[in-house]
Write a protein that binds this ligand. Structure first.
Ligand SMILES: [Zn+2]
Length: 561
């Protein structure tokens, strides 16, 4: 019977450990469904050994019952309602085309109890630029964010969190993009930067482990910090708010990764989902802990997995659907925890669609690096070349630079003496250009022989089947909570309407230099501009540059060293 006593004591010790952690972090044990396990074990112990009422049996059974009681206590959800007035969830790249084809109870609930519509995005469709337009209510020519190689202080205008802080609100920011380095809010709250961040700075510093896990490989390579999940990072994650179910998911993945050889799709999906659960856990815990009154959470798996697996999605595959199901679960939790006054806004920066693979040779990718370095060598300063789908965007500092870049690019002729690129302006952004291939017939033979402005074509384009989805203009918007009539359909919404809507929902005034309007809640009288706040913003030191590995993994560049 000794083994039974050992098992029972171990189960009790584990339950008490979880209880101990949960007393300090009441969202930690999120697995109430496990409570019956020790309970049943205790009853089985008594029942099975009922004829031998030895002391050891009674002891083992008591351990199981105590463990069940401890587990039941610690897995109760006892934190009450979220304290926030306004929550914003950004679901990167979300499109109704996917949502409408899935069973997503939280999206359905928001649609029936609240408002929904299509949110029209704008070219160039790069997430950092678009999220900055969303956060500021201003166009790129005003906010100045174009490429991916940008940091917080490059934003020339005030964003909603600057306004909320200036008006005395505690602000929670979780990965809104163009958010590195972070800064401290004088009014309280938290700030965790997004995937573009090159280093794990957060505010407060205690949230660093969240970024250290994400940046593990990068930190290891640069030999800064431990990299990966050491005991210190592990404890830090728990203290930041990561829950038991997320830790178990991570542990399961570590085991799976070491005993089997998961394919790249399985790895990509699981990495994205684990990151998403960490984000949910920490965001919710920090909103409770800091009393953030206005807070936003951005989810990116819906974009990352759509780039890679749109074709599989169209064939009924699970990869992208898993990301939407996770977003739905996050929304469901926020709805469940909402207080009676709370308002929820859900937006995507753009939608998604299949990448046009109709070129004669199917899938090709234009390359960014040579275009970037060649324009730099021609004296175009501050040029940022990025790829979305089959298109390159050339962002420059000003319209005259873009005009010069246009002339240079049109001078790059292919082997037939025709310009290799077709060059188009970007509506609304005179400092940017869009490049597409003039002849989209890219075959292995042409790749081996053709030239671009006297250089091998292989420096400008490659064959690839890695990316099957690309950004589409039709994003989503949903709103729910106080002041939103059930079943409202939002018509004609653009990205420029999000900031005024969000500010109205948070009882904050918009500015007259925002061209959009509140789509739902009544606006307060506007101030002339919020841009006067910008010069006083003091960001943390941080590290220069962007996270090139992530840019490469998402297919935006080939990764610059
Ligand atoms: Zn994308």
């Amino acid at each position: 019977m000794r083994w039974l006593v050992i098992v029972a004591a171990a189960v009790l010790a584990l339950s008490l450990l979880v209880l101990g952690i949960d007393l300090g972090h009441p969202l930690f044990n999120d697995l109430p469904l496990l409570s019956p396990v020790p309970l049943v074990a205790g009853m089985a112990t008594l029942g099975y050994f009922s004829r031998r009422r030895e002391g050891m049996i009674a002891f083992a059974a008591s351990c199981f019952f105590l463990a069940a009681a401890a587990w039941m206590w610690s897995s109760r959800d006892r934190v009450g309602r979220l304290p926030a007035r306004m929550l914003v969830v950004g679901v990167d790249g979300a499109t109704w085309d996917v949502i409408d084809g899935m069973e997503l109870p939280a999206f359905d609930r928001i649609r029936s109890e609240g408002a929904h519509g299509t949110l029209r995005s704008m070219e160039p469709m790069f997430s950092p630029l678009l999220w900055t337009t969303i956060a500021s209510g201003r166009k790129p020519e005003a906010h100045g964010i174009r490429g991916f190689h940008v940091q917080s202080y490059d934003c020339q205008v005030a964003r909603w969190w600057d306004v909320a802080e200036a008006q005395g609100r505690a602000v929670g920011l979780y990965k809104p993009l163009v958010d590195y380095p972070p800064r401290a809010f004088a009014t309280g709250g938290f700030w965790v930067p997004s995937w573009l961040a090159p280093a794990p700075d957060t505010w407060p510093e205690s949230l660093r482990p969240v970024k250290e896990v994400e940046l593990g490989n990068r930190l290891r390579r640069k030999q800064v910090g431990e990299g990966g999940v050491g005991p210190r990072t592990f404890l830090g994650l728990v203290q930041a708010g990561v829950r038991l179910s997320t830790l178990l998911r991570g542990a399961r993945w570590v085991v799976e990764d070491s005993i089997s050889e998961p394919g790249p799709a399985r790895r990509n999906v699981e990495m994205q989902l684990i990151r998403g659960y960490i984000d949910r856990d920490v965001f919710v815990a920090q909103v409770y802990a800091t009393g953030a009154e206005v807070a936003s959470l951005n989810l990116y798996a819906t974009d990352g997995l759509a780039h890679l697996y749109w074709d599989r999605y169209e064939q009924g595959g699970p990869e992208l659907r898993a990301a939407y199901a996770q977003a739905d679960a996050v929304l469901g939790e926020l709805l469940r925890r909402a207080n009676g006054e709370m308002r929820l806004l859900v937006v995507s920066d753009h939608g998604f669609k299949a990448m046009d693979g109709s070129g004669e040779a199917g899938q090709f990718l234009p390359l960014t690096e040579r275009v970037q370095s060649r324009l730099g060598a021609e004296g175009i300063g501050k040029v940022d070349v990025t790829r979305v789908g089959h298109k390159l965007t050339v962002g420059t500092a000003k319209a005259s630079e873009a005009e010069r870049a246009r002339a240079i690019v049109l001078g790059w002729l292919d082997g037939e003496g025709e310009p290799f690129f077709r060059v188009e302006p970007y509506p609304g952004d005179p400092a940017s250009l869009a490049l597409t291939l003039a002849r989209e017939a890219v075959t292995a033979e042409r790749l081996a022989t053709d030239t671009v402005g006297g250089e091998p074509i292989a420096d400008y384009v490659k064959l690839s089947e890695a990316y099957t989805g690309t950004h589409d203009e039709r994003g989503i918007i949903l709103a729910w909570g106080q002041g939103v009539d059930p079943g409202t359909v939002i018509e004609g919404a653009t990205l420029l309407d999000v900031a005024p809507t969000l500010l109205a929902g948070a009882d904050l005034p918009a500015a007259e230099d925002m061209s959009g309007k509140s789509l739902l809640w009544p606006e307060l009288p506007r101030v002339p501009t919020w841009d006067g706040l910008v010069p006083a913003l003091r960001y943390m030191g941080g590290e220069a540059g962007s996270n090139e590995e992530m840019l490469e993994a998402l297919g935006y560049t080939e990764g610059r060293k």
